[in-house]
Design a protein around this ligand. Structure first.
Ligand code: TYM
Length: 334
């Protein structure tokens, strides 16, 4: 088995990226560049499992690339490209559709959440979405996959698919079993309006999330309006057990201020949530608004973003084609 470590991850181009994407994924993407070869993909084929307006999709792909760059992903170190530009993703996804089991897909909680109550009307693409995700990772034989906790189940499925492929075709270790890299402290940033739901692009209220492109004023207002608690901040985690919105704010505070949760609670205990909110808003403004400004600046030169995608596609395609050649051979395709 190839011992080479390789990172792969993807982000859907479905509108503004937010604090959840930033703390759950992008920050990790950036730091991993120092240690390993990294491939970061704008997963446009995943995005179209739910209808996207074509012009908006094209813009969102470029905006996602701009967000990658603005947070510190370096196109000279990492490969940045969009999924549909490398046709191997779709080809391997088909092969893996034939490996993956219906029973496995039936267990995927994200499909249940996204399809809602009328599953008959969900696209077939949405149902087999996790197989395409496995194809993304296995196409490059990636060993490490940085994601937020919401993607853990999909990663486990990717491992099951890899293992079944290796068994079915009697090629032990052909696909490495990809390791999820999930942030330890804040693996799931929750909605500012409902602490039981993850912060998400698809949540209707913009007050539920901090977008990377929000102005200082918007960040201040959103944090001020965020649900918290009427009691004072406690000095221990146990007292926050049934207060998910309050816990979420403290979690974000501890992550952004780079102190652990106990220290954050120590610092804040006995204070009103308004005190925490003021400090948190200032920290977020400091960290997020420069990113938003950089995204807008990068978006003013779309040609440059397209060039980065083109170069990334060429590099990704070389690895993908080489691996696909071996995959086709294992399966018996001529
Ligand atoms: P997507 O586009 O929903 O999210 C991109 C990344 O952001 C993380 N994330 C969060 N982390 C913490 N708290 C949150 N509230 C939050 N919201 C989003 C996600 O975990 C993800 O890491 N299926 C994937 C994209 C994908 C992929 C892949 C990822 C396609 N192929 C292959 C890894 C490897 C998705 O929809 O992510």
């Amino acid at each position: 088995m190839s011992k080479k470590k390789l990172v792969f991850s993807g982000v859907q181009p479905t509108g503004n990226l937010h604090l959840g994407n930033y703390l759950g994924a992008l920050k990790n993407f950036v730091s991993l560049q120092k240690e390993m070869s990294c491939i970061y993909c704008v997963v446009d084929l995943h995005a179209i499992t739910i209808f996207q307006k074509p012009d908006q999709l094209r813009n969102s792909v470029l905006e996602t690339v701009a967000s990658f760059l603005a947070t510190g992903i370096d196109p000279n170190k990492s490969i940045i490209f969009n999924q549909s530009a490398v046709s191997g993703h779709a080809e391997l996804a088909w092969i893996l559709n034939c490996i993956s089991r219906i029973g496995w897909l039936n267990r995927m909680t994200q499909f249940k959440d996204k399809a809602g109550s009328d599953k008959e009307k969900a696209s077939v693409g949405l149902y087999i979405y996790p197989n395409l995700m496995a194809a993304d990772i296995l196409l490059y034989k990636a060993t490490h996959v940085p994601v937020g906790a919401d993607q853990k189940q999909h990663l486990e499925l990717s491992r099951d698919i890899a293992q079944k492929f290796n068994n079915d075709f009697n090629c032990k270790d052909f696909f490495p079993l990809p390791e999820p890299l999930i942030p330890k402290n804040i693996s799931r940033v929750m909605s500012l309006r409902d602490g039981t739901k993850k912060m998400s692009k698809s949540e209707e209220s913009d007050y539920s999330r901090i977008n990377l492109k929000d102005s200082a004023d918007e960040i201040s207002k959103k944090i001020k309006k965020a649900k918290s608690d009427s009691d004072q901040i406690p000095d221990n985690l146990k007292d926050l057990e049934n207060k998910p919105e309050a816990l979420n704010l403290i979690n974000i505070y501890s992550e952004i201020s780079k102190i652990n949760l106990d220290k954050a609670l120590n610092e804040m205990s006995g204070k009103e949530y308004s005190f925490l909110k003021k400090k948190l808003a200032d920290l977020l403004i400091n960290e997020i608004t420069p990113v938003g400004k950089e995204i807008n600046k990068l978006l003013s030169d779309k040609g440059n973003l397209e060039k980065i995608l083109e170069k990334g596609k060429e590099k990704a395609n070389i690895i993908a084609e080489e691996n696909l050649k071996n995959i086709r051979e294992k399966v018996g395709l001529i």
